[in-house]
Each structure stands twice: as structure tokens, then as C-alpha cells.
Write a protein that binds this ligand. Structure first.
Ligand SMILES: Cc1ncc(COP(=O)(O)O)c(C=O)c1O
Length: 409
């Protein structure tokens, strides 16, 4: 008789994990107040949220925007990055990290990740620097801070900008300092799946007043603080956040610390349990990470310890047992078809002076992470109870015991 749910057996779990997003009367009241105030565009809620969130991330200034994607684009523009410039980044990330670079007509230079953190490898960053390099764009993947000590050392030595993609890392800390405040600018997303959300939305934080004014102007039609409404100084556009979004985010921020603590407890618990299963490895523990947002619980799968079953088949089997595991990024960003659309400009722009051909890029660690190894559990699952975590472990142990049912004939 078959045991695995994928083959018709009884699943380990039939009840759902905690729902996301989380909200209560506070969000409802905040929205009602905005409605009744008559100020629906940008107003006091936006201003307050910018101040509070920037402070939360150890930064002086904040500029709210429409998304994490637009936060990245504006940050690159604020640093003056454009045609003919190279930006070094990771291929293990959401596509917006790279498209934001392409949208400002610059060239993403992908370097490999560290096999045990899935973050950009600082040694590979250093090797990739050329006379065209203008910036490093690290991503704090899943909420795990990249090695900001090394990245800042390399940036300072080579006079490069650093724009942090902290779109998955609200409240994460590297050696006691919050991410987004190390580089020139830090970018965050408040998209629906994120640990704090307003459906859509984003923010840029910075400690540099000049960059703050540039980012503010670029997101607000090129206006400048204190100048007339119909005077436009920078090539800006409209990426402004509404009062509805900011009002919700002010409440979500109040809940973030409690949620982060819960996610961290459950992630540690999963680390202790999953590391005991032959063929599974959590990402490496690092004491320099003093706070982790745990947007994703990422763990590594070794098919050889599971009778050669692919990670896709393994993930399907876990999902059938009632656990929402995902295979995550299924290919490195340099393999995604969208790059074709940038082939002419900027990838073979005469101002760049050579043509980039991503089909020649081969980075072994990211390919292993995407194709054979990396599995994700989403943040809402980590808001569950210890018993919920035990169900995850039980599902995986059950699959391991009955792995022969997954072997192809
Ligand atoms: C690493 C990373 N960068 C950028 C983004 C873009 O954010 P948004 O979806 O708010 O545009 C996201 C979110 O999806 C992300 O996870």
C-alpha cells in the first residue's frame, strides 16, 4: 500500500498554516481615518512612516515609493549610474534586482554566490571589478544579511557605490547594525508576500542628505523640497506612495518585532531538526548575523541522500503532504528569457563598447542552488506553532522513509 500523499496516501497535514497578511482593527481604523481625512495622496502618514522606518533601519532619511523595484531604480539613478556603467550583483534573487540596473541603461555583472549562505560572494565581487564598475548591488537573500563588512571594504577600496537590495530584510542586522544603512542607499519592498505589507509599496533609506534629496526628487516628478510644484529639476517620475499604504505600514511596523522573534524561534527549531536528517542542510550559522528577518527559510537538499530524486519531485512530495515548500528561483537570473529584450540596449550599446552575452556565463554555485539544492519555506509558515514545525519535519521524514515510491521506473 502506498504511503506518500503524492502517490495517493494520507497526507501528514490537512490544516492550513497561518494566513498572510495578518491584520486587525488597527489597520481597519487607520484606513478609515485616511478615508475620512480627505488626504488620500501623500500626507502625514507617509511622512511619519518614512521617519519611523528609516530610524528602524538605523538610517536618517526615508523616501517611500510604489515598490521595491522602483526603490532600486531610483537608488541607481540617484547615484548617477547609467549608460556604460557596470553594476556587480548576484544571480540568486528576484528579477527586479537586475531589471532595475537594465532600466537605467547600465549592465548587470553577475557573480557567484557563497555555497553556504546563498548571498553574493565578496571574493567574486572583487575579481569582477573593471574600470567600468560603478556599484555593488548585494541582496540580503531571504532576510539573511550579506557579508557587509567585506562588501563595504571592497567598495571603499575601489570607490564604488553600494545599493543594498533589502527587499526581503526588514530589521535584519549585520554585527548589530541594520541592513540598508551600510551602503549609499537601501531598498525595501512591501509587496503582499513580504513580512510587512501594504499590498504594494517600497522605501529607500539613506544616511546621506544629498542622496535623500535626489531620491525624493526622482520619485516626485523632479520637484525639489521648498520649490514650486510646477518646477522640475531632475528627470523624475511619479513613484509616490499613498496615505492608505503608509497608514497600513505604520501598523504593520508595530507588529514586526513580535513576528520576527517568532519566525526566528521557529527557524532555529527547524535548523536543529532538519540538520539531523541525512541529505538536508540549513544555511550556515554566522554569529555576525545579529538579527535575521527570515522572509524565507532556505535549506539545502542533496538528491544523492534521497535515492537520486530531484528537488522538484521532492518538493512536490512535500507539498502533497500539506507543507507549502517551494523550489525557489528555478534558474540563475542570467538564464532568464527577459534578457533578450535588452540585447540591443544596453547590452550591446556603443557607449558600453562591447557586447554582453549572458549565454556564456556559468556560475556553479548558483546553478547548484537553483537546479539541485535550494528549497524554501515561506515566512507565514514560520508564524506557526512548534507543532506546526513538527509537521514539516514529520513530512520530510516520511518521504525519506518511503523514498522508493518516488523513484522513476
Ligand atoms: C530580492 C528582491 N528584490 C526586489 C524585489 C522587488 O520588490 P517589489 O515586488 O516590491 O517590486 C523583491 C520582491 O519581490 C525581492 O524579493
Amino acid at each position: 500500500m502506498v504511503k506518500l500523499a503524492l502517490k495517493g496516501g494520507k497526507p501528514v497535514r490537512e490544516k492550513p498554516f497561518p494566513k498572510w497578511p495578518v491584520f486587525d482593527e488597527k489597520e481597519l481604523n487607520a484606513l478609515k481615518m485616511v478615508l475620512e481625512s480627505g488626504v488620500w495622496g501623500t500626507g502625514q502618514n507617509v511622512k511619519q512612516f518614512e521617519e519611523r522606518f528609516a530610524e528602524y533601519q538605523n538610517a536618517k532619511y526615508g523616501v517611500t515609493v510604489t515598490s521595491g523595484t522602483t526603490a532600486l531604480e531610483i537608488s541607481l539613478r540617484a547615484c548617477g549610474i547609467g549608460c556604460g556603467d557596470e553594476v556587480i550583483t548576484t544571480p540568486y534573487t528576484f528579477m527586479a534586482t537586475a531589471t532595475s540596473i537594465l532600466y537605467v541603461n547600465a549592465i548587470p555583472v553577475f557573480v557567484d554566490i557563497e555555497p553556504d549562505t546563498y548571498n553574493i560572494d565578496p571574493d567574486k565581487v572583487e575579481e569582477a571589478i573593471t574600470e567600468k564598475t560603478k556599484a555593488i548591488l548585494p541582496v540580503h537573500i531571504g532576510g539573511r544579511p550579506a557579508n557587509m563588512s567585506e562588501i563595504m571594504r571592497i567598495a571603499e577600496k575601489n570607490n564604488l557605490h553600494v545599493i543594498e537590495d533589502a527587499c526581503q530584510a526588514w530589521g535584519s542586522e549585520w554585527m548589530g547594525k541594520r541592513v540598508g544603512s551600510f551602503g549609499d542607499l537601501g531598498c525595501f519592498s512591501f509587496y503582499s508576500s513580504k513580512n510587512m505589507t501594504s499590498g504594494e509599496g517600497g522605501i529607500i533609506v539613506t544616511n546621506d542628505y544629498e542622496l535623500y534629496v535626489k531620491a525624493w526628487s526622482l520619485h516626485n516628478c523632479g520637484r525639489l523640497p521648498g520649490k514650486a510644484w510646477y518646477e522640475h529639476y531632475l528627470p523624475g517620475t511619479n513613484y509616490r506612495m499613498t496615505e492608505f499604504q503608509a497608514a497600513i505600514l505604520l501598523v504593520q511596523l508595530e507588529r514586526l518585532d513580535e513576528h520576527t522573534k517568532k519566525r526566528a524561534e521557529n527557524a532555529e527549531y527547524l535548523n536543529s531538526k532538519l540538520s539531523k536528517i541525512d541529505g538536508l542542510k540549513p544555511l550556515k550559522k554566522d554569529d555576525r548575523i545579529t538579527r535575521h528577518a527570515w522572509h524565507l527559510y532556505i535549506f539545502r537538499y542533496d538528491p544523492d541522500a534521497f535515492a537520486g530524486v530531484s528537488k522538484n519531485d521532492f518538493a512536490n512530495a512535500i507539498r502533497a503532504e500539506g507543507i507549502p515548500v517551494s523550489v525557489g528561483y528555478s534558474k540563475p537570473l542570467y538564464k532568464e528569457p527577459y534578457l533578450e529584450y535588452f540585447k540591443k540596449c544596453p547590452l550591446s550599446c556603443p557607449n558600453y563598447g562591447k557586447a554582453i552575452d549572458y549565454s556564456k556565463v556559468q556560475l556553479p554555485e548558483v546553478e547548484k542552488a537553483c537546479y539541485t539544492e535550494g528549497l524554501w519555506i515561506p515566512q507565514n509558515v514560520l508564524l506557526g506553532s512548534k507543532e506546526d514545525m513538527d509537521d514539516i519535519v514529520a513530512a520530510i521524514e516520511k518521504i525519506k522513509t518511503n523514498i522508493d515510491e518516488l523513484k522513476h521506473d
